[in-house]
Write a protein that binds this ligand. Structure first.
Ligand code: ZN
Length: 321
């Protein structure tokens, strides 16, 4: 199976968070033109190639900067999901210290209503995307370089994921998995919420356990919700070590899946949230020149023979990168 040392592997941070949206063009416009992220990959859902899977991140699409979306088409009521117990509660992104006012003004000018708050001493700005997916911008000290290919000044730009808030009915079993199964460390607590870090306690490395209460409604999957959160494993050996660690704790783990840009295994944490452990490599330059990321549809080898039919079934993306 694997070496003893791999058995002590820990996750090293957040890799990506994946949400479900309706129509792709308004989502692309929102995340690139308004929020200033880079569309780093234009591909299809490998489990359903009739739908886009789009990735947004920093210049290279580095692990920890990635938001990804599945697109379910028209936003009719029965396609909508509900954020509840067993879901990631929001897309929480990191912005530089002192930049909240910039984002308040920019979002207001675009007609997006915002609310201010505070979490673990950090100023927070909350709003929703066009599919009503909750978004939070958290001010923090973050040395990651943002994408600078937009009109958002670099001093204010989103630097990547901040934390992933897991909404669960009870904290204990989820926290036990973060600790014993994934090797994370509890670093802070507020009423109803604990914060955990993978390695160094910094933006992009954190998960939060948010207690919804015993009677909270259960999450349902659909447009407007977060589908899963992916954590980082440095490489395949570390990932295999994490698989062993989870399985020895009694948790079921999926077979290894090749996601073209990373390799993944999936599990469900005890509170119901779907989790993934994704390798850092090979990354988004594996099938596209780094300067042209996201500018054309990329398909994994198993779908190349059907390229014409796949393109015919997809709505055209109006925007460039
Ligand atoms: Zn994923």
């Amino acid at each position: 199976m694997t070496s003893t040392s791999a058995g002590f592997a820990s996750v090293t941070g957040l890799h990506h968070v994946t949400a479900i949206a309706g129509e792709p063009n308004r989502s692309v416009a929102f995340y690139t033109r308004l929020l200033g992220l880079r569309l780093v990959k234009r591909t299809v859902n490998f489990d359903d190639p009739t739908a886009y899977h789009l990735y947004f991140g920093n210049e290279t699409g580095a692990p920890g900067t990635l938001l990804t979306f599945f697109y379910w088409g028209n936003d009719h009521a029965d396609a909508r999901g509900r954020i509840g117990a067993g879901a990631v509660a929001a897309l929480t992104l990191s912005i530089p210290r002192g930049s909240r006012t910039f984002w308040q003004d920019r979002l207001a000018a675009a007609g997006v209503a915002t609310r201010t708050g505070d979490r673990f001493g950090e100023p927070l700005l909350s709003f929703s995307d066009p599919d009503r997916i909750p978004i939070e911008l958290a001010e923090s000290v973050d040395d990651r370089r943002p994408w600078n290919g937009t009109d958002v000044p670099e001093t204010y730009a989103i630097t990547g994921l901040h934390a992933a808030p897991l909404l669960v009915r009870k904290a204990e079993a989820t926290e036990a998995m973060l600790d014993a199964g994934l090797g994370m460390t509890r670093i802070a607590a507020e009423p109803g919420r604990t914060r955990w870090a993978a390695g160094a306690a910094r933006p992009g490395n954190m998960v939060e356990v948010l207690v919804a209460g015993a009677h909270a409604p259960e999450a349902t999957v659909g447009i407007g919700t977060v589908h899963h959160v992916a954590l980082r494993a440095l490489d395949g050996d570390a990932q295999e070590g994490l698989r062993n660690r989870l399985q020895s704790g009694g948790h079921a783990v999926s077979p290894l899946r090749d996601r073209q840009y990373f390799r993944s295994i999936y599990f469900r944490e005890p509170g119901g949230v779907l989790g993934e452990i994704a390798t850092d490599g090979p990354g988004f330059a594996v099938d596209e020149c780094p300067s042209r990321l996201g500018t054309s549809l990329r398909l994994p080898p198993q779908f190349e023979a059907q390229r014409d039919q796949i393109i015919a079934a997809l709505p055209p993306l109006i925007l460039g990168a």
